[in-house]
Ligand binder design. Structure first.
Ligand SMILES: [Zn+2]
Length: 220
């Protein structure tokens, strides 16, 4: 899968109002979850060569299938699952912060292709529409399933929600441990990286911003 496939917008979920079939019944209309370039056989071959070049023998029964498992594992990590971005009219005019705390984040750092894991706190101040709550987690997952850097992931989640849901404000905080920092290199076990992005009212209004960070449990 190429960078172009991600940046072209072809993989971006559409904003779909709640339909008669319910929120999770339909696939995204844009082929979400089907990378345009995914050649598992070529990936398996390359994985085998990669391991052998590093002196890893694939002769044992246990390792024989490893290149194929590697290829499938990375394909999974780089392939977002389809989902519909279910929204509902904000009939009650709810205008307080909606916050989903501790959404699991599982992604792969694009510099070392090693996993980074942690949690995301994603909140928004509703505008005309509100979002099915589970969808905040799906947006996080969507942008996690590709080679990433935490800073970009944080911003992509915020920007996407801001432009598609059109809320009054969006805030995203991600706290994650990068295995490229903990199992290799500086081996800073337990160190967590915190990134945040704020948009709209959450960026401009100090009280909203403070409330957001207080509710996420992250010190502003
Ligand atoms: Zn890294």
């Amino acid at each position: 899968m190429t960078r172009d496939a991600w940046s072209s917008g072809a993989m971006t979920p559409d904003l779909i109002p709640e339909g008669p079939d319910g929120p999770d019944s339909a696939e995204g209309p844009d082929g979400l979850g089907s990378p345009s370039v995914l050649d598992l056989a070529a990936a398996e071959l390359a994985a085998g060569q990669f391991l052998q070049a590093l002196g890893v023998s694939l002769d044992s029964e246990s390792l024989r299938g490893t290149p194929g498992r590697m290829a499938r594992a990375y394909a999974e990590l780089f392939t977002p699952r389809p989902f519909n971005m279910t929204t509902f009219p904000n009939d009650e005019g709810y205008d307080e912060l909606v916050l989903a705390r501790a959404i699991p984040v599982r992604s792969v750092c694009e510099h070392h292709l090693l996993p980074f894991t942690g949690v995301a706190h994603v909140g928004y101040l509703p505008g005309d529409r509100i979002l099915g709550l589970s969808k905040l987690a799906r947006v996080v997952e969507h942008f996690s399933r590709r080679p990433q850097v935490q800073e970009r992931l944080t911003k992509q989640i915020g920007d996407w929600l801001y432009s598609h849901l059109r809320p009054c404000g969006v805030g995203v905080v991600i706290e994650a441990e990068h295995t490229c920092m903990t199992v290799r290199g500086v081996q800073a076990a337990g160190s967590r990286t915190v990134t945040s992005t704020l948009l709209g009212t959450l960026r401009e209004d100090p009280r909203s911003r403070q409330e957001f960070f207080a509710l996420t449990g992250v010190s502003a």
